[in-house]
Design a protein around this ligand. Structure first.
Ligand code: COS
Length: 393
């Protein structure tokens, strides 16, 4: 079957270096051969993809943007964003699992961690020995991330954590959880500190495992912290700096959610394009109808602009720029475009698109998360508008 995978692989990007083409080809091939055939089963059984994670570990894809000295692949953020896009093209669950592990569960330790924390945790995370999770959201602190109620109270050389975190991706299977807790003050974001907690620490209880619309085999878990003791050496950064560290982490993470949305949209077009070229109605291939051509062209345009926005943000991040504004732009555009593209591709297939025999209905369900996770579209618009207003001085 001819797919747009072949077309895009030939497309050169002016800012790609050889290793970007290499990783794109490697992940794309792996995703088409191994992930695509498993994706429906994962969606139906909701079974966490342990086998896939083991394979990704072997391929060095669980620590793409981290230096080799810390167990990573020694590549850049653009390589990581390319990886997430190609994984999502075949399996959204796998892409989200890797994204949460890498940019949320591991990157804060790489960026903000002490040498000891990197030695103890980053090496194992980046090599894929353990998975990482990130716990920010609470029942009363969703978009309003600063409303964190989880507390950390100092007791000698330790901190005692109490609280409830929800929607922790990889929460069940992670080796470490990076979380925020209130360490002082009655409110406000300056009383929040970040900690690295070992997932099997006494006092961590597994709460609800979410049953979701999409990304059904991705592990989304409530974690309950009851008098969990964490050594002060596991505090990630200065006291009171946790909110800002998490915001910076999300700035980078949002690029990968944009890439995931783009990959899902590409995955839908990969199915709809050859379908339109092969399917006949009224004595003609449906690709001969203007209505179908318009859908195909719009899908290609939206995917192209989404991909460029995500790659642009990733390159700026690799160059050391603040990506707050461009990451939100990329995520917002790519996630909303993905919903339009996948819906349109589903429409091209008509009844077949609505059927579970084809993967597009799953991609539509999976893509919805990209408009919500790591900050809703409403939050992205707040971030973008505030950045523009701030630039006025
Ligand atoms: N990088 C560094 N610092 C940041 C920052 C960023 N991206 N965003 C905000 N800050 C700083 C601000 O500069 C401010 O610093 P000062 O106190 O020194 O002035 C502080 O953090 C508080 O910022 P702000 O007043 O903007 O906080 P708000 O409570 O208004 O919240 C939003 C800001 C809405 C952007 C934030 O709550 C958010 O991103 N919410 C969505 C959370 C989310 O994505 N959840 C999904 C989790 S996925 S597991």
């Amino acid at each position: 079957m001819t797919t747009t995978a072949d077309t895009t692989r030939k497309d050169p990007f002016p800012f790609f270096q050889e290793h970007h083409y290499d990783i794109r080809d490697m992940v794309s091939r792996y995703a088409a051969e191994k992930l695509a055939p498993r994706a429906r089963m994962l969606d139906e059984t909701k079974e966490f993809p342990h086998q896939t994670i083991a394979e990704l570990k072997e391929m060095g894809l669980l620590g793409v943007p981290f230096p080799e000295e810390w167990g990573g692949a020694g590549l850049d953020y653009l390589s990581y964003v390319i990886t997430i896009g190609e994984l999502a093209r075949a399996c959204g669950t796998t892409a989200l699992t890797v994204a949460a592990h890498t940019s949320l569960g591991s990157n804060p330790i790489y960026v903000f961690g002490t040498e000891l924390q990197k030695e103890k945790y980053l090496r194992r995370l980046a090599s894929g020995e353990i998975l990482g999770a990130f716990a920010l959201t609470e029942p009363g602190a969703g978009s309003d991330a600063g409303a964190t109620k989880t507390t950390a109270v100092r007791d000698g050389d330790e901190w005692v954590l109490n609280g409830v975190k929800i929607y922790c991706t990889n929460g069940t299977h992670a080796g470490t959880v990076i979380l925020t807790a209130r360490t002082g003050g009655e409110g406000g974001t300056n009383g929040i500190t970040a900690f690295i907690v070992e997932r099997d620490s006494p006092g961590i209880k597994l709460g609800t495992l979410e049953d979701k619309l999409g990304l059904r085999a991705s592990d989304t878990r409530e974690l309950v912290f009851e008098n969990v003791r964490v050594p002060d050496e596991n505090r990630l950064g200065e006291l009171g700096s946790g909110f800002k560290k998490f915001m910076q982490t999300l700035d980078a993470g949002r690029i990968s959610i944009g890439a995931m949305a783009t990959g899902l949209a590409q995955g839908a077009l990969d199915v709809a394009l050859p379908y339109a070229a092969e399917r006949s109605q009224f004595g003609r291939k449906i690709s001969a109808f203007g209505a179908i051509q318009e859908r195909l062209a719009n899908a290609a345009m939206e995917i192209h602009t989404s991909r460029l926005a995500c790659y642009h943000a990733a390159v700026l991040k690799d160059q050391g720029h603040n990506v707050n504004f461009v990451a939100s732009l990329a995520k917002l555009h790519a996630s909303e475009a993905a919903m339009r593209v996948i819906d349109s591709c589903l429409q091209i297939l008509g009844g077949n698109g609505f059927s579970r025999e084809y993967p597009i209905e799953r991609m539509l369900r999976d893509a919805k998360l990209c408009e919500i996770g790591e900050g809703t579209s409403e939050i992205q618009r707040i971030v973008i508008a505030r950045a523009m207003l701030k630039s006025l001085g």
